[in-house]
Design a protein around this ligand. Sequence first.
Ligand code: TRH
Length: 358
Amino acid sequence: MNTPVSCDLFCAVVDNLGDAGVCWRLARQLAREHGWTVRLWIDDMAPLARLRPGIDPTLACQEADGVEVRPWRAPFPPAVPGQVVIEALACELPPDFVAAMAERPPVWINLEYLSAEDWVVGCHGMASPHAGLPLVKHFFFPGFGAGTGGLIRERDADFGPNEPHEDLRVSLFCYDNPALPKLLDTWAAGADAIDCTVADGLPRRQVESWLGCPFAPGDDRRRGALRLRASPFVSQLEYDRLLGRCDLNFVRGEDSFVRAQWAERPFVWQIYPQADDVHHTKLEAFFARYTSGMDTAARDAVMNFSHAWNGYGTVVDAWPALRAALPFLRAQATPWAEKIAVAGNLADNLACFCMKRL
Ligand code: TRH
């Protein structure tokens, strides 16, 4: 029997849930599907404990789904680096750990953020030698097409059944969004019965202030044609099934955005806002791919609503066309998921990349 590959994966939580969400999926997949011995070092255990119930944020070492989970705190404890070291999402490794890496150089991966921009292909896999030590770091870019690292998707990803239903089922997960109250007004006054599950945190709080009355997890409110249900925070596995149950999913950031595509349902994406509006370029790059080949009406519906939801345009004007395009977008969700699966899944690609260098 071959000895399992040992791997240290470092995750710095910048904000929200996506950093922990992406790193957890990757760690779990490398352990469960590739048999690697994975140590996940994470500098804030709180979001991880929410995504994966059973993880205790107070423990100095624990095992979950085959992954050893360790808090990443200063001073960093003496540790022998694994054969693969992954620094995720632009984090910076502890200097002592880097010095220890130089004694037996591992395959060192810098796992980057997801972007649909064309330049990703040119940078994926690029080597960057360390200035002072005999170490080489490789850039690994997730992406939507050939020549990228692909997207995270577990072999056993389960989006559950979509039972037949009459109303329009929507899930809502977003950042603070000035367009939301107007959209809720439109839905409440509209002809369609809409059943909207509101994620805990920012979405629930915004809906609460629109309602003007308490809206705690478990609450169910009706306003005209709109039914609003406040969801508790659910596990990552349960969140996947929520996406699968809905006809339209509002998602954000990186991880829920990808899950909505694997769930093969129409979706609306609120991109993570960045300084100087650089996220606008990323948004356009993605939607150029996603809408390529669509007829003009569907493309305009998607683009206009996405722009409005991301701060440039009005959702009230853009909603009717998006609503009308939903059957088409639903039909096209499976071919789209097949198209983006062509680049292979990120954990497989990363494991293959590392095995060639070990
Ligand atoms: O939380 P996000 O906004 O995450 C991020 C961060 O802002 C991060 O700094 C940035 O780098 C990244 O986006 C691009 O959104 P995201 O990425 O969708 O992560 C949310 C995670 O939370 C995802 O794994 C799904 C999960 N989730 C649950 O498990 N249960 C829930 O009830 C909900 C609403 C989400």
